[in-house]
Design a protein around this ligand. Structure first.
Ligand SMILES: Nc1ncnc2c1ncn2[C@@H]1O[C@H](COP(=O)(O)OP(=O)(O)OP(=O)(O)O)[C@@H](O)[C@H]1O
Ligand SMILES: [Mg+2]
Length: 353
């Protein structure tokens, strides 16, 4: 077993032992299970915003597969490094195979060797966790068509699923208020029940994460063992004022990765969206006009500028930094992402003086 930098995760990591909360999670798992039984399905994509539970869901699927004698030896889990090189991915897959891919081999013979080895195996399931960019499977040595084997990936971007030619995709959604509360109390792990006064505030505290498991888990960890009513009240107040979370918190570091991958104008547009009211749905047209007024987007003519605005919003939706609503005519921003954007704005203003 290696750590995240070693990129090879075996069962027993914290997420794999997490009890899954949420009806939609159960349903999504059912669908994935049925796809894995279906010979017609070869590639499966799981996408959704950062921290929503994609890896966790897949770890549960992987654990189920490891219980099955027929396939347990052929489940290959790879944590895909951001900006990976082909050789890196080959090496990570090869760790599961009885294959020696020497770095002295030229590129083509590495591809051929790996493809041959995988093609000779009757069935395997290759899981690529956290894919940020698409790639050509053949260039790595993953033989296409997969002929009964499966490629499963998790990614924040729906586009990556499409580019990987995956037609069987699932979007992982946030939890309902009730489910958030279940996860929150479970992670809080109080030995004795919360007093009714604390509980009333705690319900609102959990709601502030707007159903994002990463936020709920992080918050519950920080409030573990806290009985004091005042402390709960202060926490709720700070959450409502968006100054509970710190940019250096691991949670924000994780969410921020999506932002860091954007080009400059998309970053500015994302941050700009945070200036709209919380819980506010923003009409696309209105938003793009604001981008233009602010000088964030500027092309040679009006049509090109509008097109640019739409393409930036498409991109932000695609990487799940914005949520598409009303059939695509408007967008919404998840509360925690809005908090993050506000903090990025604060950072900017500090730098600009
Ligand atoms: N349905 C769930 N029930 C219980 N805990 C969950 C659930 N979904 C996620 N979690 C917890 O939330 C945290 C974030 O989940 P996870 O790492 O799976 O998110 P992710 O979607 O893979 O994020 P990223 O895009 O950063 O890879 C983990 O601590 C995980 O245990
Ligand atoms: Mg993940």
């Amino acid at each position: 077993m290696e750590n995240s930098s070693g990129r090879l995760v075996q069962p027993g990591t914290s997420a794999s032992s997490t009890k899954l909360v949420g009806r939609a999670f159960e349903q999504d798992m059912k669908v994935i299970r049925s796809w894995l039984m279906d010979d017609e399905v070869s590639t499966i994509g799981i996408y959704g915003m950062g921290g929503v539970g994609k890896t966790t869901m897949l770890q549960h699927i992987r654990n189920e597969l490891l219980e099955r004698r027929d396939i347990s030896h052929s489940v290959y889990w790879v944590n895909v490094p951001q900006g990976f090189k082909i050789e890196e991915l080959q090496d990570l897959i090869t760790k599961y195979l009885n294959l020696d891919l020497s770095s002295k081999d030229d590129d083509l013979s590495r591809v051929v060797k790996l493809a041959k080895e995988l093609a000779n195996k009757q069935k395997w399931i290759l899981i690529l966790d956290d894919l940020w960019n698409s790639f050509e499977p053949q260039e790595v040595g993953i033989p296409i068509p997969l002929k009964g084997s499966n490629l499963i990936m998790t990614t924040r971007s729906e586009m990556v699923c499409r580019q990987m030619n995956s037609r069987n995709n699932i979007k992982v959604d946030t939890l309902s208020d009730e489910e958030s509360w279940t996860l929150f109390t479970e992670k809080l792990g109080h030995d004795k029940p919360l007093s009714p006064e604390v509980e009333r505030i705690a319900v609102d505290v959990a709601r502030e994460c707007a159903g994002l498991p990463l936020g709920i888990v992080t918050l519950a960890e920080s409030l573990k063992g806290v009985d004091d009513l005042h402390e709960w009240r202060i926490t709720l107040k700070r959450l409502k004022e968006s100054n509970f979370w710190h940019m250096e918190d691991q949670m924000f570091q994780i969410l921020r990765l999506s932002y860091d991958c954007l080009d400059n104008s998309a970053q500015q547009c994302f941050v700009y969206c945070a200036l709209f009211d919380e819980h506010h749905k923003i009409e696309r047209g209105v938003l793009i006009e604001s981008f233009i007024e602010e000088g964030i987007i500027k092309e040679i003519n009006r049509q090109a500028t509008l097109d640019k605005g739409h393409s930036i919003l498409d991109r932000l939706e695609n990487v799940n930094l914005l949520e598409r609503i009303d059939g695509g005519s408007a967008i919404k921003m998840h509360d925690l992402l809005r908090d993050m954007a506000i903090q990025i704005l604060d950072e900017y203003s500090l730098v600009m003086g």
